[in-house]
Design a protein. Sequence first.
Length: 210
Amino acid sequence: MYMNKLGFLISFEGIEACGKSTQIAKLSENLIAQGYDVLCSREPGGTPFGDRIREIFLGLDSKGISAETELCLLGAARIEHIRQKIMPALHAGKVVILDRFSDASIAYQGYGRGMGYERVVSFHKNLNIDLIPDLTILLDCDLNESANRLVKRGKADRIEQEKQDFFATIRNGYLEIAKREPERFVIIEAKNEIELIAEQVLTHVLRKIG
Ligand code: TMP
């Protein structure tokens, strides 16, 4: 469905507080400095419609919704995100950097909520969500490190309030997904110094963009 793209699509993934936002800001700065036209976006969200879904999805008053309901919300936001924002940017030749994409649904709803890998992949297939990033940076974060960073941040959303076991399953899920597609995934240790990670990310991106 999403063919003939000219730009380059990068997604960042990982568990809570793994440092995605910091690294996305650094990568964006570095690429702009090298003359690339860059667009950063995030999921759930990315469009006014998606941002409204994000509020519903992360809001504490949505506690107890099923995994299937979560996936439907995420899917609706994702379709509009791709249609309204990501594809136009790729067609315009931009480097699009996403703070989470479809792999997050496989990791969180598939592994974390126990829906299973296949069901989430089929869900995407059935909705023609077949856009695959050219490169995915997985910031692999130790569970204690993630928990400590979350405590420092303070106020937690609906997902951040989940127990450690949930995030352990998601972390393993991400590693499994990465194993299936070693060409697309780069796994980076999230505990390292911010500047070192930024350098590693930039090296991988420039190598892949060619
Ligand atoms: P974040 O953008 O601050 O990381 O927050 C988004 C939250 O939503 C995070 O807890 C992961 C969760 N999420 C899913 O459960 N499934 C998804 O497909 C996406 C995109 C996010």
